[in-house]
Design a protein around this ligand. Sequence first.
Ligand SMILES: *Cc1c(COP(=O)(O)O)cnc(C)c1O
Length: 391
Amino acid sequence: MKVNHNALQLESNYLFSEVAKRLRAFQAAESGRVLLKCSIGDVTRPLPRIIADAMQSAAEEMAHPETFRGYGAEQGESFLREAISRYYAKRSLSIAPDDIFISDGAKSDLGNLCDLFDADNTVLLPNPVYPVYYDTSIMSGRRVSFLEGTQENGFLPMPDAAVRADIIYLCSPNNPTGAVYSREQLAAWVQYALDQNAVLLFDAAYESYIQDPALPHSIFEIPGAERCAIEINSLSKMAGFTGVRCGWTVVPRTLVLDGASLHDMWLRRMSTKYNGTSYVIQRAAEKVFTDEGQAAVHEDIAYYMENARLLKSAVTSAGLWATGGDNAPYVWLKAPGTLGSWEFFDHLLYTCGIAGTPGAGFGTAGEGYLRFSSFGTRETILAAAQLIGTM
Ligand SMILES: *Cc1c(COP(=O)(O)O)cnc(C)c1O
């Protein structure tokens, strides 16, 4: 018996455990001092009432012989796939319900998509990066190369025709930097993917946070993407579903690479290894896409975005360079002078009682930066914004 030695190559989940360890040490040493957590990568607002109600009435259906349901449709229930298709149609995008696959969230799909590709592929990742893309690539034994985000490129690295890639991960709006690619920039990425015969895996988990109407929400707004891209999305950040679990992935029928239909391969993969998202959850998700559902989730999004605005304006008033925060719930700031990420983390913690997430934990290009999350309560954010000025 041999284990997957690629899985042993994973480094321990150092970032979040180290942050937690340092916060415990702070609280032990400075007992009684308030800790303002601007480090959380999870939503904090409860589900909108109408969405919880939809879940409850679907649960009730399951208790009656006339409405009880067993195994669901392979790709997800058609009522939900049609609702998502209409959601795209509002932006004049024609995504057939048949191209949409319902899942239990984006993280699973981002990892599971690896099943479609040979181990002998080069994965191209931005640096800094959402750790899931890197870790799943390592677990499946693939070569990884990076493109660096810098202050000069606004943490929006662009493709280099001289660099080979087979599988490209992009996340826009970005976690951790909050930066968002423009239409022209995404068009350059699509052209690069087509030229390289590569597949572009586009993580749109934060698209609903975009405020600027000129910015693209979906990779399929770019002509040609239907021949090279897969889009992964989730209700986690859009509708507070981090604990509820529901996402979707678009694999267009037009996506044919290496002579194979990735749509057919994904359908085969999902019907082999997945038996579907809970019916109850899919009914709650359906509600999210109604007009009243969208109004309710956009109230919470507006709340988080006001938090982001307060944080970013405090940071820039304090004279620090920052990006993100305008169209994403994360603000990415540069440590003052030559401070490293962890030194800045400790400095903020002990002078202001504010916890951020050290940028170095997202890759070497994150060294010297820190991520603030706007998912806290308004109270926390207001207190933090005031203290940032005294740093
Ligand atoms: C939070 C997040 C997701 C959502 O993951 P789920 O598994 O759907 O909860 C996806 N991508 C990024 C970059 C995220 O930060």
